[in-house]
Design a protein around this ligand. Structure first.
Ligand code: ADP
Ligand code: MG
Length: 316
């Protein structure tokens, strides 16, 4: 009888150990999915219970935000604003409200270095197409419709434009917001830990089961490195690491590179001595706006702005 219960106890122990080992193995492997969205590779990876369901739900949220903010789709909220007449009130849904609120906040704090009304200028340079160098007269015409004083945002949900020609582009902020929202969904699903990478906008939460201290290690890419070498590794428990750089999207004409971060004062790509700016902060939406803003502002003013928002900043 004694022998039997001992054997039984051993079997139970082996089964328990096996289950724990299997669970650990599974948790460390996680569930990962990559899709092309926001004009870039988007990867969401989660660990622990519910990982797969959580990643799928996170992608649903990413698609929802993409649909609302896509500059090129006629069905987006951004298109509705851009097609609106002078003074017409366009009521925007909560995702777009959240993005515009942060964008205007960073616009004011950066004295216009970040500006969602750069859309007419961005279109002139055709960064998402072949790329072209516009005439100075085209740039000065577009500058007349640039500036956040050309839009009003009343009762936190109504957008009105001072001229029909004013257009907005949420390309400098939407991915940051989407990363925050993906993390929110993953957290709601109760995953152990997760990392979201939306082409340069990285956010993470919870435990990284593959490091001893549970932290996430995020490499800052060497600008223009063909092999994707890292310059520096950032370790964080949770939060966002967002990079805006000249090497992600640019075109070349007559031996000169033209990148997609526009200085709203000149209408030209911001010419700076560095190639990228990385912001480390808790909130990815703000980090995204700040990365673009600080790139335009230059090192001294950029550092001061990041500090105002309690964010870390790296120039490369
Ligand atoms: P990425 O899209 O590569 O992550 P950014 O976050 O820096 O890079 O956003 C750049 C995009 O934001 C551009 O492609 C354009 O759509 C828009 N943009 C360019 N210049 C500005 C600016 N000064 N303020 C706000 N948005 C900008
Ligand atoms: Mg940005």
């Amino acid at each position: 009888m004694k022998k039997k219960s001992l054997a039984f106890a051993v079997i139970i122990c082996v089964m328990l150990f096996g289950a724990l080992f299997y669970r650990n193995l599974w948790e460390n492997k996680g569930f990962e999915r990559t899709e092309f969205l926001f004009d870039t590779q988007c990867t969401v990876k989660a660990y622990g219970d519910n990982a797969q369901k959580a990643v799928e739900a996170a992608f649903d949220r990413l698609y929802e935000i993409h649909r609302a903010t896509d500059f090129f789709s006629e069905d987006s909220q951004v298109a509705t604003i851009n097609n609106a007449a002078q003074g017409e009130a366009v009521i925007v849904e909560p995702h777009v409200q959240n993005i515009i609120t942060a964008a205007l906040d960073v616009s004011k704090a950066s004295l216009g270095a970040f500006d969602i009304t750069v859309a007419p200028l961005v279109s002139l340079w055709d960064f998402s197409g072949e790329g072209r160098v516009p005439k100075e007269t085209e740039i000065s015409d577009a500058l007349a419709y640039t500036g956040i004083d050309k839009i009003s945002f009343d009762e936190k949900n109504k957008v009105r434009k001072a001229f029909k020609e004013v257009k907005i582009d949420l390309g400098g902020a939407a991915k940051g917001y989407a990363a925050d929202e993906a993390i929110r969904v993953l957290t709601e699903y109760g995953v152990l830990g997760a990392i979201v990478d939306l082409g340069g906008n990285i956010s993470c939460m919870g435990q990284n089961p593959n490091t001893k201290d549970g932290k996430w290690r995020i490499g800052l890419q060497k600008p223009f490195s063909a092999t994707g070498e890292y310059d520096e590794i950032i370790e964080i428990k949770s939060g966002a690491v967002v990079t805006s750089g000249t090497y992600q999207r640019y075109f070349e004409k007559d031996g000169k590179k033209y990148h997609h971060i526009i200085d709203p004062k000149t209408g030209h790509p911001a010419e700076r001595e560095y190639s990228s700016v990385t912001i480390v902060a808790q909130n990815s939406l703000y980090a995204d706006c700040l990365a673009t803003a600080c790139f335009v502002m230059g090192e001294e003013d950029g550092r001061a702005l990041a500090e105002n928002f309690g964010a870390e900043i790296y120039f490369k």
